[in-house]
Design a protein around this ligand. Structure first.
Ligand code: SAM
Length: 256
């Protein structure tokens, strides 16, 4: 089917609102993300990136982009050919490209994708300003995390930022020590989520001369966001930090 005809037909039959389009998928199989709050959870990822200096001309790789929950917002926001996504599940990405993203946006923004399962960001021949791995370290083995950090050093610009999320391990939530991905993927239909020891992540970052900061928890999924960057780098655009709650309360009491 010629591309222009595809655009017209799909645009006519697609519900206008993102959440309504995603709600149509509820009767199908699990796609690795919750249908409730889909629109909000993706938008929240964009907000965290904006607070860490994302601009339209930034280049970004979304590792494990799934059905484009964040990709939807990022592809809209970023300039043409600035968004790259890695997703080993062809089925999930194809649903993202047919149901989540509008065909005219695909044509205009020309996002690039790859299906490799090795977190290999070099396939795009690009030096990135941002690495994003949302709800990936909540399923990944430690060797996967090490691979992503090594690839960040290899394929990111000197002042680049790696934003990722974890569920921190604690005394009731044991650190994940298995060597395999836990959760649904291109290879598995078994859901699952794991916890990571933040001290181990800090050591891995220090070994690579990377800094790591906890920058907050998101409201939709309760995941803890980490901001990783080279130690000697200074961000071109200063981060906009969330004020801690105690500071906001104090300022209100002082009438500021
Ligand atoms: C919990 S989902 C998160 C998806 C996306 N980041 C989001 O916020 O909607 C995890 C995704 O990682 C993908 N995945 C599984 N193994 C992977 C691998 N080896 N490399 C990259 N992504 C992988 C899964 O298919 C799934 O789409």
């Amino acid at each position: 089917m010629p591309p222009t005809r595809f655009v017209r037909l799909s645009a006519m039959t697609m519900p206008t609102h993102l959440q309504d389009r995603v709600d149509q998928l509820r009767s199908g199989k699990f796609l690795g993300v919750q249908f409730d709050n889909f629109e909000r959870t993706g938008r929240e990822q964009l907000i965290f990136l904006l607070m860490c200096g994302l601009t339209p001309n930034s280049t970004l790789v979304d590792i494990g982009c799934g059905v484009l929950r964040a990709g939807y917002w990022l592809i809209h926001f970023l300039d043409t050919e600035r968004y790259c996504g890695i997703e080993p599940s062809k089925e999930r990405l194809s649903i993202g490209l047919t149901t989540v993203l509008e065909p005219e946006t695909i044509q205009l923004k020309r996002p690039r994708f790859d299906h490799n399962p090795h977190f290999d960001t070099s396939v795009f021949n690009e030096r990135f300003d941002y690495f994003l791995a949302y709800s990936i370290w909540t399923h990944a083995a430690k060797r996967h995390i090490s691979m992503m950090l090594d690839n960040f050093l290899r394929d990111a610009k000197p002042d680049a930022v790696f934003l990722t999320t974890i569920l921190p391990a604690g005394w009731r939530r044991p650190d994940y020590r298995e060597d395999v991905w836990m959760g649904t993927s291109h290879e598995s239909d078994t859901p699952g989520c794991i916890y990571q020891d933040l001290a181990w992540i800090k050591r891995e970052c220090r070994r690579r001369d990377l800094s790591v900061y906890r920058i907050g928890k998101d409201r939709t999924m309760g995941q803890t966001w980490l901001r990783i960057a080279r130690r000697d780098s200074s961000p071109r655009i200063a981060d906009i930090r969330f004020q801690p709650r105690w500071k906001r309360v104090l300022e209100r009491l002082r009438g500021i």
